[in-house]
Design a protein around this ligand. Structure first.
Ligand code: ACO
Length: 331
């Protein structure tokens, strides 16, 4: 297919809730220990959204930061893509709520849900619209309030998740930079390993959960772990090989932040130095679709990324889904 333009990230933004939930606090809620959580996951604290705060508010802050960072007037945004599995409402979507708050009346807006792979899928979608010339500037907002679908009596999941929002403005970039390749996929046949019922649930769904806790995460941790480590390594290797590069040509990898041991295991499989793998997991826990854009924003604002840097964004998530994008940083 003819590509009229190159697509890349023009600006990033993020917003984490103020409230911290530390491992020590979790020790008071459920039978666990700081030592277990740090050793098995690498997480020390996560941020939790206030009960009376809509997720859309966090998303709007991240979006405003990204638009400011891109240095464009917000009126130039032509499409808004929301990536979330924990929207405030099924409708209006997160993207429509953000559109309203930003005053971008009439701009098309929709949500997509690929769980933790949401940002990678959204960026891959935005890429198509930019490359074929349909739009010049697209806003992606990836935001999650996972604390609202977490059972704090279930120690196997409640220590893992946090809340937060990340955003990116995607647009046309110079030739030789921007998104250089992608790999995306899904394994619906493995979906039962990680579920959050919404409007429908089976007897089996209910049996796996604590009494009265219908719309919460249930996960077979070790099945997801094995899938995640393998698929993140495979997707990264495929995306660099397709571009006739090797992992040694990468300046950084930004993996989905689910568990430090998954990241270490994946990186070991691809024989890549862990020092060049960005991680904020210790402070944020797993914030699903928001995980990668928050990392990117932190790294970009810390001056870690320079024009021409080759990076891979790689994620896995519920579905089970996965995806990797190869980018040449364009700013
Ligand atoms: N504190 C103390 N002990 C615990 C805790 C806890 N929080 N959680 C589990 N344990 C216990 C278990 O009960 C088990 O005890 P047992 O042997 O007496 O039965 C023991 O620790 C070992 O349990 P495992 O499940 O084998 O522990 P593991 O080392 O596999 O770690 C974990 C569990 C952290 C969940 C890991 O499997 C994992 O990270 N999996 C992937 C999770 C993930 O990334 N999911 C993605 C979600 S993405 C999305 O789209 C929402």
């Amino acid at each position: 297919m003819t590509k009229l333009y190159k697509a890349g990230i023009l600006g990033t933004g993020s917003c984490l809730p103020q409230r911290k939930l530390t491992n020590a606090e979790l020790e008071d809620i459920v039978e666990t220990s700081d030592e277990w959580i740090v050793k098995r996951t690498g997480i020390r604290e996560r941020r939790i959204i206030d009960n009376d705060m809509p997720l859309a508010k966090l998303a709007v802050r991240a979006a405003e930061n990204a638009i400011h960072d891109a240095g464009i007037p917000r009126e130039e945004i032509e499409l808004i893509i929301g990536a979330t599995l924990t929207p405030d409402y099924l409708c209006p979507t997160l993207a429509c709520s953000v559109q309203k708050e930003l005053g971008l009346k009439g701009v098309p807006a929709f949500d997509m849900n690929a769980a933790c792979t949401g940002f990678v899928y959204a960026l891959n979608t935005a890429q198509q619209y930019i490359e074929n010339g349909a739009y010049k500037y697209i806003l992606i907002v990836a935001a999650e309030a996972l604390s609202r679908v977490t059972d704090y009596q279930d120690r196997k999941t409640c220590v893992l998740f946090g809340d937060g929002a990340g955003a990116a403005v995607v647009g046309r970039v110079e030739d030789g930079t921007g998104i250089m390749g992608y790999v995306t996929g899904a394994h619906g046949e493995l979906g039962h390993n990680l579920t959050i019922p919404c409007l429908y649930s089976t007897e089996e769904d209910l049996a796996k959960r604590n009494e009265g806790k219908k719309q919460v995460v249930w996960m077979d941790g070790s099945e997801v772990f094995t899938f995640a480590a393998r698929i993140m390594a495979e997707a990264t290797l495929r995306v660099v090989t397709d571009a006739r590069l090797s992992v040694g040509d990468l300046d950084y990898i930004f993996p989905h932040q689910a568990n430090a041991r998954i990241i270490q295991n994946a990186v070991k499989r691809m024989r890549y130095p862990i020092e060049k793998v960005y991680s904020n997991l210790e402070r944020t826990g797993n914030i699903s679709a928001a995980s990668i854009p928050v990392c990117l924003d932190e790294a970009s604002k810390a001056g870690m990324l320079k024009k021409g840097d080759r990076i891979v964004l790689v994620a896995f998530g519920g579905g089970l889904t996965y995806g990797a994008l190869l980018l040449c940083w364009s700013r």
